[in-house]
Design a protein around this ligand. Sequence first.
Ligand code: TXA
Ligand code: MG
Length: 337
Amino acid sequence: METQIVSRSHGWLELAKKYIEAGEVVAFHTETVYGLGANALSDEAVLKIFELKGRPADNPLIVHVHREYDISPLIDSEPSYAAALRRAFLPGPLTMVYPSTGKVSKHVSCGLNTLAIRVPSSPTAQEFLKAVDLPIAAPSANLSKHVSPVSARHVYEDFSGKIPLILDGGACSGGIESTVLDCTGEVPQILREGLVTREMISSVAGECVIYHAQKGEKPKSPGMAYKHYSPRCKTAFFNEDRLDEAVSLYNEAEKKGETPCFLCESDVCALLHGFRTLDLGGTGEVMAQRLYDLLRKGEKTATLLIGVEPKEKGGVMAGVLNRMRRAFGVEHGTEES
Ligand code: TXA
Ligand code: MG
């Protein structure tokens, strides 16, 4: 199968609609990361996503819809805080988990009685969802465990020859996946941190807690058991106060004929003058935007990628740090694929 990458041009949406209606999988741009989409109403189409990604069968998918209005037929009930959050943050990088009406394929939620829904804001995603006029199940468009894609080229690297079409909307402005928020309880609970932060949710809902699976407990987000976002090279991770050790590791690796490279924030890159570095930038928003692109660059150019934990911790950085720790294998027991 030939994989076509198309950006806005005559007939591009008709092409996407044709493939989706035929039960094919189409990759598309969103404001967070690229998605690998298929008709959420069709068992076969949804199963194709799992097969293409090599995704574990117990890790549920997010359904993408065009407008907030399209959410209500798919969900059973909605607490008042969730309605307020919807109005405040949709369309945008917030996925909300609700009790499901069971209208979409049972494979979307992998047997759970809840459904994760999102209304993406990117113009490409919006036009695509409007044109197909179907709920679209879509995980991030990367092979399971690999780094999520933030350009059409990244999707092509993982799925060339396997899917017919990639809707190219350029680089993803957000850069890390949506915040996943459980809206089935009395208080909203963040299952995966992202660009809509705990502070932002609390300011609308009054409260917001961050879910941590207890040892031995089956995580609420079933994918939480999987390692993720990993570059395909050796990795190491250090706190900034252990920069000496990081430099020793770099030097030792170089002596052995390896190609080490640092991935760190701008201030630290400046201290590492003369070493190979990939610069994450200085703010949470910029680090979110650059992280996956740099992890993919790192795996192509280095044999050992040495991450240095950024100093900043609040706001969007909570999501960035979560992804960095997963990518560098510091924390296991994480989400998705
Ligand atoms: O930004 C995003 O969310 C991107 C774009 C393409 O929309 N999608 C994405 O999908 O990151 P994925 O499949 O890589 O991650 C979905 C996450 C997983 O952690 C999964 O376990 C969780 O959402 N999830 C899906 N349905 C759920 C449900 N019913 N209950 C709890 N967690 C759920
Ligand atoms: Mg993913």
